[in-house]
Design a protein around this ligand. Structure first.
Ligand SMILES: Cc1ncc(COP(=O)(O)O)c(C=O)c1O
Ligand SMILES: Nc1c(O)cccc1C(=O)C[C@H](N)C(=O)O
Length: 373
């Protein structure tokens, strides 16, 4: 395949003898990050000290949010980078559910656990019921206040139809919150165009922000005045430095902020996002589909292996294989420098990051697995 992204791998600090197929859990470090962090620590923090806050740090959650907005089809002023995905899920679900005269929150069955746990807490706090339903049988009705959906399933890699499901939720007057953890940086997403109500996602996977890099939250402009999130910290205040007694939320997306941002992680993410300059998401998508298709073709007939990732284009950039000895195989692959991961009880997961993974690596991983089996 002609690979328009072949040159991007050189922007990453990777060892060529390691086949890294776990970028869907923790992305690889872009080389620019180490250099930028040294600059931030020595020059911004070191020389500017407290003055850093008025020299770009304070606005960084919105500025970096706008950079992510470009990857998810959100016009400027609608994405903030802050906190963890879990915390942002809580803000989003509470804002969507509280005050509703409807009866239930719906979450897709097989959701990543934190989403389900938080939906449960929000249901308890708001007095709504929580119903878990398979994505192809959601059965949304006028009773549904909000539905929480994982765009790409962390276990199987299945991709949901965001356009159709958002429309279905809206047809019954329900709100939809999308978890984009496994789809941001994978395929073109059109949050504004589809009229998505709220979305969250993490930045340490395909956005390569680094371990624990802050998550993002999308609140569309039209919904901002009514976005009443429960964590009314001073960073979300209209005039944080007025130190006022009463909480008055910022009129814009900054109302989704809570406390002091983790500037070092945020600026590491900012540096990591540079690798996306000049990259077309359509190319990323095409290569991701090709890498995963190639890998599936190489492993599907191996003894004891069942491919559980969809073969059609309704998949993200991971391939999940079921095998009774998944845990042992994942460990033995890692011993041979092929890094994937294991999800209990019996799933081997391989994430393909088109910015740095190659077809040669795909073949090395498949050959190593074949030898082990
Ligand atoms: C779909 C999904 N949602 C949420 C999370 C958790 O996010 P965090 O640990 O940033 O709260 C993850 C991964 O950890 C995930 O895969
Ligand atoms: N967030 C993680 C962490 O803090 C440690 C180890 C792994 C993770 C992950 O991101 C797991 C990932 N969300 C998954 O899809 O399983």
């Amino acid at each position: 395949m002609n690979d328009p992204l072949a040159h991007v791998r050189a922007l990453f600090d990777l060892d060529d003898d390691v086949v890294y197929l776990d970028g869907n859990s923790l992305g690889a470090p872009p080389r620019a990050v180490a250099e930028r962090m040294a600059h931030v620590v020595r020059h911004q923090w070191g020389r500017r000290l407290i003055r850093g806050w008025s020299e770009g740090w304070w606005e960084a959650p919105q500025r970096v949010g706008d950079r992510i907005g470009r990857l998810v089809g959100a016009a400027p002023g609608q994405v903030v980078v802050a906190d963890s995905t879990s915390v942002n899920l809580f803000k989003a679900l509470m804002a969507a559910a509280r005050g509703s005269d409807r009866a239930e929150i719906v979450v897709d069955a097989g959701t990543f656990p934190t989403d389900g746990y938080l939906a449960r807490s929000v249901a308890e706090l708001t007095g709504l019921a929580l119903r878990s339903a398979p994505p192809d049988r959601l059965e949304l009705t006028e009773r549904t206040a909000v539905v929480l959906l994982n765009h790409v399933d962390y276990r199987t890699g299945r991709l949901l139809d965001m356009a159709a499901l958002t429309e279905r939720a809206h047809a019954v007057g329900a709100k939809v919150v999308w978890d984009l953890c496994h789809s941001v940086g994978v395929l073109p997403i059109e949050l504004d165009a589809l009229g998505v109500d709220l979305a969250v996602g993490c930045t340490y996977k395909f956005l390569n922000g680094g371990p624990g890099s802050p998550a993002f939250l999308y609140v569309p402009t039209a919904a901002q005045p009514s976005f009443e999130q429960p964590l009314t910290g001073w960073n979300g205040h209209r005039e944080p430095f007025a130190m006022a007694e009463d909480y008055r939320p910022d009129p814009g997306v900054a109302r989704a902020r809570v406390g002091t941002p983790d500037i070092l992680s945020l600026l590491a993410l900012d540096a990591a996002l540079d690798v996306w300059d000049g990259v077309a998401l359509a190319d990323v998508r095409a290569k991701g589909l090709a890498l995963t298709a190639h890998f599936m073709a190489l492993v599907e007939d191996l003894s004891g292996i069942e491919v559980i990732t969809p073969r059609d284009e309704w998949r993200g950039h991971q391939v999940s294989l079921r095998h009774p000895e998944a845990r042992r195989l994942t460990g033995e692959l890692a011993d041979r420098q092929v890094i994937g991961d294991h999800r209990p009880p019996d799933v081997l997961r391989f994430g393909f990051a088109p910015l740095y993974n190659t077809f040669d690596e795909t073949e090395r991983a498949a050959t190593t697995l074949a030898k082990l089996l």
